[in-house]
Ligand binder design. Structure first.
Ligand code: PEP
Ligand code: MN
Length: 454
């Protein structure tokens, strides 16, 4: 089904990419030297963009279709990308796990899956405190590789404007590699064997996954025998997303596009506003209001229904299809009470949104041996409840948002292999939040398909 996206009015004349500067901008670093920052921003403003407006509009159309239940969104990747992880195996393994999950979802949900990576720009992190103290020494918090470096030294923690340029370059390299892999047929559904991670055969889930792959191969061949269109299955699209946190960076990559009305953030297809920066009168809301990308907002357990409706009024005043996605992240213990009133309010007001569940961020805890972790049972439990609550209200859960990696890490507890606290020491690599490893991700995809099969 086609929607006319062209009828939407351009942002009001009181908006420009820098009007956010007159509002309170939370979670921004303090740069010591304004001249150094300005010169980095000037360089950034002259560099080519990372994505194009036509890709962005195509994604908006696809999200509009997801709002109608015609597609399911799989959004996933690292909590924080790092410059050091901009390597061939890490990028291709992340792509592989997302492809495998999407194959499971296509097979189980019987509808196209829209793949959105948390990559090619996920370099800035909100923090609960501006500073960190160790052994009586206080330094600025690590805010992601876009800003500073995680080592606990004054030099590493200084907000360094040259990182803005490096992040753009790393994002471009990531994007370039992802595009080349996809153009080269890496993501062809006829050849899922390309996506096997080295240790997939040793997984307790391998047999079930292999059965699925075989059955998808059969149905593709069947459709081709009939002369039907399997084109949409053979090639897949990948879109990029990141939390558009550092507004100087986002502003520098916000561009007017010839023959298109309005401004686009061309650093990513699908930026989102994090939970900590989603205030109605805050700088992030002001910035997001004016860009034409499809956008998302994280919605946490303290959000009240009236506030959410007011935020929707500001971010999607024209009820544009595909424009607004709401990602709820309540926690397994809070979703039962906190989600329903929001769904009911949005439904009652007849607002057009895509609902996506992030079952990660409300379920973070610390272990006795000092790791930040998440229990697979809580992640799966929140997702399970999310499907039920949407069904009870008569709204639709149209996607999931996950922190995951294709690496064999041990950061989240539980899952098919029953990881316990003592396992975390073995391969805990995340710089910020704990990610599902390959098996836990695949298991979650299987749970989703079982759930929606009823
Ligand atoms: C994140 O997605 O990494 C994040 C910080 O999420 P939230 O804004 O939902 O806390
Ligand atoms: Mn995170």
């Amino acid at each position: 089904m086609k929607h006319n996206l062209k009828t939407v009015a351009s942002p009001s004349s009181d908006w420009t990419p820098d009007t956010w500067r007159s509002r309170t901008a939370l979670q921004q670093p303090t740069y010591e030297d304004a001249g150094e920052l300005d010169s980095a921003l000037a360089q950034l403003g002259a560099l080519p963009p990372l994505v194009t407006s036509w890709e962005i509009l195509k994604l908006k159309q696809a999200i509009a279709e997801a709002q109608l239940g015609e597609r399911f969104v799989l959004q996933g990747g690292d909590c924080a990308e790092s410059f050091a992880d901009c390597t061939s195996p890490i990028i291709s393994n992340r792509l592989k796990v997302l492809l495998q999950m999407s194959l499971v979802l296509v097979h189980g949900l019987k509808k196209p899956v829209l793949r959105v990576g948390r990559f090619a720009g996920q370099y800035a992190k909100p923090r609960s405190a501006d500073t960190e103290t160790r052994d009586g020494v206080t330094l600025p918090a690590f805010r992601g590789d876009l800003v500073n470096s995680p080592e606990f030294t004054p030099a590493a923690r200084r907000a360094d404007p040259s990182r803005l340029i490096k992040a753009h370059a790393r994002s471009a390299m990531t994007m370039n590699f992802v595009r080349a892999l996809i153009d080269g047929g890496f993501a062809d559904l006829h050849h899922p064997e390309y996506w096997d991670l080295a240790w997939v055969d040793h997984s307790p889930l391998a047999a079930e996954y292999k059965r699925m792959v075989a059955s998808i191969g059969d149905s593709l061949r069947f459709m081709e025998t009939l002369g039907g269109e399997s084109i949409s299955y053979s090639r897949v699209d990948f879109y990029t997303s990141h939390e558009a946190l550092l507004l100087h960076y986002e502003e520098a990559l916000t561009r007017q596009v010839p023959r298109q009305d309005g401004w686009f953030n061309l650093s990513t297809h699908f930026p989102w506003i994090g939970m900590r920066t989603a205030a109605l009168d805050g700088a992030h809301t002001e910035y997001f209001r004016g860009i034409r990308n499809p956008i998302a907002v994280k919605v946490g357990p303290t959000v009240e229904p009236d506030d959410l409706i007011r935020l929707i009024d500001v971010l999607n005043p024209d009820e544009e299809p595909g424009r607004l996605t709401l990602i709820h992240r309540m926690g397994n213990d809070k979703i039962a009470t906190r989600l329903r009133p929001l769904l009911e309010a949005v439904k009652r007001e007849g607002r057009r949104v895509l609902w996506v569940a992030d079952p990660m961020h409300g379920n973070t805890e610390s272990t006795s041996n000092g790791y930040k972790t998440r229990r697979f049972t809580n992640v799966a439990g929140e997702l399970d409840q999310a499907f039920d609550i949407h069904a009870a209200v008569g709204t639709r859960l149209g996607g999931v948002h996950l922190e995951l990696t294709g690496e064999n890490v041990t950061e989240c507890l539980g899952g098919a292999r029953g990881l316990v606290e003592q396992d975390l020491d073995r391969a805990y690599k995340s710089m910020v939040d704990p990610r599902l490893n390959y098996e836990q991700s695949l298991e979650l995809a299987m749970l989703i398909t079982r759930k929606s099969a009823g």
